[in-house]
Design a protein around this ligand. Structure first.
Ligand code: FE
Ligand code: FE
Ligand code: ZN
Length: 282
């Protein structure tokens, strides 16, 4: 039996950090994700240091894994509009300063959409942005999320992610978050050959860079480039694929975040289901 998976879901920030920790405990979660600010941009709420300390205490006394904060998905480091790029850089830099109230956790972002400028220019802008954003003294690891390749998204292939990682001047605070729906929609068949895909990830990026998982089933077939999440087991990936993911020795130690279409009760059920799969109880 393996109750030691670090698994959770996206939680609302509206009640603050301690409230998120308590909600996590109430659904059997031992990590969670939250948006660092409103997806529509604007200023982030000031951090209450006592609230952050309270969450750190809850995490320490309940064996939580690392948190996986999520940058607003509306930020675009490789927009064709300089003011949009500048806003993304400023917001991410501010987010990382705020993350230091919860030291040593993870901050995930979508690399961006090149909006017709081409992948090369997209990658150049993402690298330039990260060079500006990353601070050698930060304790947070910034994660590039694997994308589905919808529209002009950059980062739907391991090669593109590797080019970003290799381009950044100091990559010591960079990693990757693998989203199961996104890689599947991007054309990596983790249902038929999870270990083959992980071998490819290892060859091109290096598994030591893999720091977190987003667990989502997909409404669409492999390679569809659609990015429509489905409940665990209700989509094209199916329950067996998730049993394989959570019990894989190369993955099971990573923080796992559900982004499935659910309310809290649905998340609680998926968390307990996946814990059972990890323990080998089918
Ligand atoms: Fe995401
Ligand atoms: Fe995701
Ligand atoms: Zn998605």
């Amino acid at each position: 039996m393996c109750a030691d998976l670090a698994i959770g879901c996206h939680l609302s920030t509206s009640g603050g950090f301690i409230a998120m920790g308590e909600t996590a405990l109430s659904i059997g979660a031992t990590t969670f994700a939250f948006f660092t600010r409103n997806p529509r941009g604007g200023n982030a709420k000031p951090i209450d240091p006592a609230d952050a300390a309270g969450l750190r205490e809850i995490m320490a006394s309940n064996g939580f894994g690392k948190l996986v904060a999520h940058a607003p998905y509306t930020l675009n480091l490789c927009s064709a509009k300089p003011d949009v790029v500048e806003f993304a850089r400023r917001s991410m830099k501010d987010d990382l300063a705020r993350m230091e109230f919860l030291p040593g956790n993870l901050y995930n972002f979508h690399p961006g959409s090149h909006v017709g400028q081409g992948v090369d220019e997209g990658i150049r802008l993402i690298v330039e942005g990260l060079d500006e954003i990353l601070d050698p003294s930060q304790s947070t690891t910034v994660l590039l999320e694997t994308m589905s390749g919808k529209g002009s998204e950059v980062g739907s292939t391991f090669e593109e992610l590797s080019r970003i990682l290799e381009g950044v001047h100091d990559d010591s605070h960079l990693g990757v978050c693998l989203d199961t729906c996104h890689v599947w929609d991007g054309g990596y068949d983790i249902r038929a050959d999870l270990d083959g895909v992980l071998d490819e990830f290892d060859r091109i990026i290096g598994l030591e860079r893999l720091c977190a998982l987003h667990l989502n089933d997909s409404k669409n077939v492999c390679g569809s480039h659609k990015d429509r999440h489905e409940k665990i087991g209700a989509g094209e990936l199916g329950t067996d694929a998730f049993a394989a993911v959570v019990s894989n020795p190369r993955l099971r130690h990573l923080p796992m975040i559900l982004e499935t279409p659910n309310e809290l009760a649905g998340y609680a059920a998926e968390i307990s289901l996946l814990r059972r799969y990890a323990g080998g109880v089918m």
